[in-house]
Design a binder for this molecule. Structure first.
Ligand code: SAM
Ligand code: ZN
Length: 709
């Protein structure tokens, strides 16, 4: 049915256009024998007169019909209209508050793999909805902060001015107050200039704009935006953007350029470097508040220019990469390294690793210029990633990048265990005055693992380097979620999925240990690493040892019982995020087998990946079936893993705190897989959320690159 409507939708708009020139639309549609009516599948009574609008002005003729959601499965209702502009036929597509004109002959993204004149992909509405909502949240926040800062600055200047005047008056009542006043008023003028500039401008670059839809939505839906530059390399795309801009009445906000995005950004950077102020600092006039990079495939070639073209006092980069085969697959690992400076991970968490590779590529590009990144939101969606990154000039923050960058050792042929190795170590060290501590950066000890997996004995592969800090900001996601109740479903066609994914992303942030109170809190924030960088899937672990899987609730319950934190990842249904080491994960699974899901030991041979795990737990290869002595020595692994993973004294401190609570060894003795444990691990949703969107149809994926024009 969906396919039929889809096919007719396309046909219908051309037919409607053809009919328009010859007949009265309304009476044609009201004729029950009309082939047009049949084609549009108009069953039942027609809408009141006037619903099927038809206008005829000198420049534009429009016919309207509303089609059902099956045309673009996630976009709610899609309006398909036909319009004639200056003798040319277009289909109109409405998304959010914007409308784009799609030339006849150009595809509307329903047929994957076909060449398109100008890009419109309804599948990407989610990406655009998310971008609008994220930039709205970011913009409102940053503008409020800037306003506060400027007010505080002018208040301070005002006070200084008063103090200076008082001092002058006191020193010599006859002294002219002119010089002091002039100095202060210079500063005040400077402040109010800054106030004027910062308060009144919010500039954006849609560097690879295609039809301009993104820019149009930003123009319509972000009230604080003062200018948007929509750029595209393709001449026909640029012409199309211009047409769309004027059709949407946004000529005063959106400027259109037809350039290579790199040339466009580097030219502006070069201009800025040539224009220096009296202190020798390059001009920043070319810098945008927000830059959106949405290319076909990888955005990596644009990172350097975009980092230098976005504001360096907290500007926002919005980056889409659709080359999932590169950052999440292992078949092109050489390409992954070339583009992102690291190798990918093979396994269930490959998309999470992909996000970290992309973040690392951006972070290292920025570090060269003293630019530090803060990932606000990093999502793996369908076939692409979307990351929102705040960029700030801070050589101090950049010093922590090495200790937030990790190599991962993965047992990707065996049990899927992984170990992380940070490249540097940032360690709180008492200062000479004895008044506090500072972070000392040094080389990290390694390696954290043997050549073979300590759990199953298979080969460990090396992945990365990749970003090992938090991939989202909880504060930012909370602010985004606050927008949802007031967001219109008419504008954001994908609102339920937005909310579901954002709530899930919030749950994947596992807090690390409390920072050392003697260090500067700002530095402590820079030093934060993600103690649970990758999720696991309990049912996959069960597959390794060929047992029936515990329910997710039961597995989470066991982790909580043993004193670990749990969450889930937005990347995969059934995922569990936890700070538990792998020795604990395997202990839970083997204990589950022992208590609830016995295996047939004779089925297992030493060459199977699960053999060593089961053998160490005394479940196979032992006549008496008793747990071996080494089972207790697993606790040494637990402690060793916890200490090694943490790579700083902070975790040792956590260990001290834990010394007063029962040890994991004690807690293991009281773990019983029963309903109470499952209840302990149950994650309740107060409302039904669309946490994971399944592919709405086969071949769900990116559209192919348009032919050069
Ligand atoms: C995926 S589409 C953009 C889709 C658009 N952002 C949206 O949301 O509808 C990629 C666009 O990038 C343009 N493009 C490719 N390479 C470019 C370059 N080096 N500079 C500028 N535009 C480029 C293509 O012409 C194409 O229109
Ligand atoms: Zn293994």
């Amino acid at each position: 049915m969906a396919g039929r409507i889809k096919k007719y939708c396309g046909l219908a708009s051309s037919w409607l256009a053809a009919f328009l020139g010859h007949c009265n639309l309304e009476s044609t549609l009201r004729d029950s024998a009309s082939p047009l009516r049949h084609l549009l599948r108009l069953s039942g009574p027609l809408k009141p007169a006037g619903f099927y609008s038809y206008s005829n002005t000198s420049a534009t003729r429009i016919v309207k019909r509303h089609f059902s959601a099956s045309f673009a499965p996630m976009a709610g209702t899609v309006e398909v209209e036909t319009v004639e502009k200056d003798g040319k036929q277009y289909r109109l597509v409405k998304e959010g508050k914007a409308t784009i004109l799609v030339p006849h002959g150009a595809k509307i993204g329903e047929d994957r793999g076909e060449v398109q004149q100008v890009f419109y992909n309804p599948i990407q509405q989610y990406n655009r909805d998310l971008s609008v909502l994220a930039i709205k949240t970011y913009g409102e926040d940053i503008l409020a902060k800037r306003k506060e800062k400027i007010l505080a600055k002018s208040n301070k200047l005002g006070k200084n001015k008063k103090r200076k005047r008082d001092e002058t008056d006191e020193a010599d009542p006859s002294t002219e107050t002119e010089p002091t006043t002039t100095l202060a008023s210079d500063q005040v003028t400077e402040a109010s200039e800054e106030q004027k500039t910062h308060k009144s401008t919010f500039t954006m670059l849609d560097a690879l704009s295609a039809s301009g839809l993104r820019a149009l939505r930003y123009g319509h839906e972000l009230p604080f935006v003062t200018s948007i530059n929509a750029n595209d390399l393709s001449k026909s795309a640029a012409e199309s953007i211009k047409l769309n801009v004027s059709h949407n009445g946004l000529d005063d906000i959106i400027s259109v350029t037809n350039e290579d995005a790199l040339a466009h950004m580097y030219r502006a950077i070069a201009d800025g470097l040539s224009k220096r102020d009296r202190h020798g600092n390059p001009s920043k006039s070319h810098k945008f508040d927000v830059i959106d990079l949405d290319p076909y495939g990888t955005a990596a070639p644009f990172f350097d220019a975009a980092l230098q073209s976005v504001r360096d006092d907290g500007g926002l980069l919005c980056i889409t990469c659709t080359d999932s085969a590169v950052w999440a697959g292992h078949s092109y690992c050489e390409k992954t390294f070339a583009l992102y400076g690291g190798t990918p991970i093979k396994g269930m968490h490959s998309h999470e690793a992909g996000l970290r590779l992309i973040l690392n590529a951006v972070a290292t590009s920025g570090a060269r210029y003293g630019l530090s990144i803060e990932p606000l939101l990093s999502l793996s969606i369908d076939f692409y990633t979307k990351v929102f990154i705040k960029v700030t000039k801070s050589p101090q923050a950049v010093k922590f990048l090495g200790s937030k960058t990790m190599i991962v050792y993965s047992c990707d042929h065996g049990c899927s265990a992984f170990e992380t190795q940070y490249l540097l170590r940032s360690k709180p060290t008492p200062n000479k005055k004895g008044s506090g501590s500072f972070y000392k950066h040094g080389m990290a000890a390694g390696p954290p693992t043997d050549r073979h997996c300590q759990h199953c004995g298979n080969k460990m592969h090396v992945n990365g380097p990749m970003y090992g800090g938090h991939i989202h900001s909880a504060e930012f996601i909370e602010k985004l979620l606050e927008q949802i109740p007031n967001a219109s479903p008419e504008v954001y066609g994908t609102l339920p999925r937005l909310e579901g994914m954002l709530r899930t992303a919030l749950e994947e942030i596992i807090p690390g240990p409390e920072p050392d109170p003697t260090v500067d809190p700002k530095d402590a924030k820079h030093a934060e690493i993600d103690i649970a960088p990758f999720f696991i899937i309990p049912s996959k672990l069960a597959t390794v040892v060929s047992c029936a899987a515990p329910s997710d609730d039961m597995f989470r319950g066991a982790l909580i019982h043993l004193g670990y934190q749990v969450g889930r990842s937005h990347c995969r249904p059934g995922s569990v995020k936890t700070d538990a080491p792998w020795s604990t994960l395997w202990w839970i699974i083997t204990e589950w087998i022992r208590q609830k899901s016995p295996i047939k030991a004779s089925k297992f041979t030493p060459l199977m990946p699960g053999w060593k795990i089961l053998h160490s737990a005394g479940l196979v290869g032992r006549e008496d079936g008793a747990a071996p002595k080494e089972a207790d020595s697993e606790m040494e692994d637990v402690q060793a893993a916890t200490t090694a993973d943490a790579q700083s004294e902070e975790t040792a401190k956590k260990g001290d705190e834990q010394a007063s609570s029962p040890s994991e060894l004690e807690l293991r003795k009281t773990l019983v897989f029963n309903d109470d444990l499952a209840r302990l691990g149950r994650l309740r949703d107060s409302q039904k959320l669309v946490r994971y969107q399944m592919n709405p149809r086969p071949d769900w994926g990116p559209l192919s690159k348009a032919k050069a024009s």
